[in-house]
Design a protein around this ligand. Structure first.
Ligand SMILES: Nc1ncnc2c1ncn2[C@@H]1O[C@H](COP(=O)(O)OP(=O)(O)OP(=O)(O)O)[C@@H](O)[C@H]1O
Ligand SMILES: O=C(O)c1ccc[n+]([C@@H]2O[C@H](COP(=O)([O-])O)[C@@H](O)[C@H]2O)c1
Length: 188
């Protein structure tokens, strides 16, 4: 079972590394792939160059089960639903789970074909400071409330037919890319 963590990683930080390690542990994943995005379709401002983001990501996340990839740039996809469709075609025998922080679940109903994504693979949402209530109350959580698996049984989602999602409570990390950019520690 491979976890997919999509993100701008502009730049990658300890929060990303932390939720990745937690997801491996809590869900029992064989691998995690970081999908370093060519650019979030909902963000007006483009991220820094891919090479710089990949390099930083590889410094921040060194783990035998984790691969940092620019596969979306290679495939020419930007929308997650499209990326997933292509990955399912390329790796028909692999089972994937989508990983994201709680802030992303709060916005998830704005993603293209988000309800298809929920039906296409299990989804694990990982706690993020200040985002748990927004995630729980979000349109996506409400729409799929009957398919939510309690966090203490998170491991079950990887064996279930989707839709199946869970909100995993882990010790939280406050790091964020926007804060690092605001401090001026990540610029061209
Ligand atoms: N500290 C954190 N705790 C939990 N999840 C996180 C954390 N930081 C990032 N994530 C999750 O990692 C994924 C990629 O995040 P992203 O690259 O957008 O970083 P970010 O810090 O949220 O960036 P920005 O501040 O620019 O929005 C998203 O699913 C996001 O929710
Ligand atoms: O597919 C969409 O419509 C969509 C809209 C917003 C974000 N995403 C994806 O969500 C992931 C997190 O994005 P970000 O910028 O918050 O790191 C990343 O893989 C994006 O491609 C996807």
């Amino acid at each position: 079972m491979i976890g997919l963590l999509g993100g701008s990683f502009d730049p990658a930080h300890e929060g990303h590394a932390h939720i990745t390690r937690e997801a491996i542990k809590r869900l029992g994943l064989d691998e995690v792939w970081w999908l370093v995005s060519p650019g979030n379709p909902l963000k007006a401002r483009g991220p820094r160059a891919m090479d710089a983001r990949l390099e930083r990501a590889r410094q921040v996340m060194q783990h035998p089960r984790v691969t940092i990839t620019d596969i979306e740039a290679k495939l020419g996809t930007r929308y997650t639903a499209e990326t997933l469709g292509r990955l399912f075609d390329l790796y028909p025998k692999v089972r994937f789970v989508w990983l994201m922080g709680a802030d992303n679940l709060a916005q998830f109903h704005r993603w293209e074909n988000w309800d298809w994504i929920m039906g296409a693979l299990p989804v694990a949402v990982i706690a993020r400071p200040g985002q748990r209530v927004a995630a729980r109350m979000s349109p996506a959580a409400q729409t799929f409330r009957d398919h939510r698996v309690p966090g203490r049984h998170a491991r079950r989602i990887i064996h279930m037919d989707p839709p199946a999602w869970t909100l995993v409570n882990v010790p939280m990390r406050p790091h964020s890319s926007s804060e690092i950019r605001a401090r001026g520690e990540w610029s061209d």
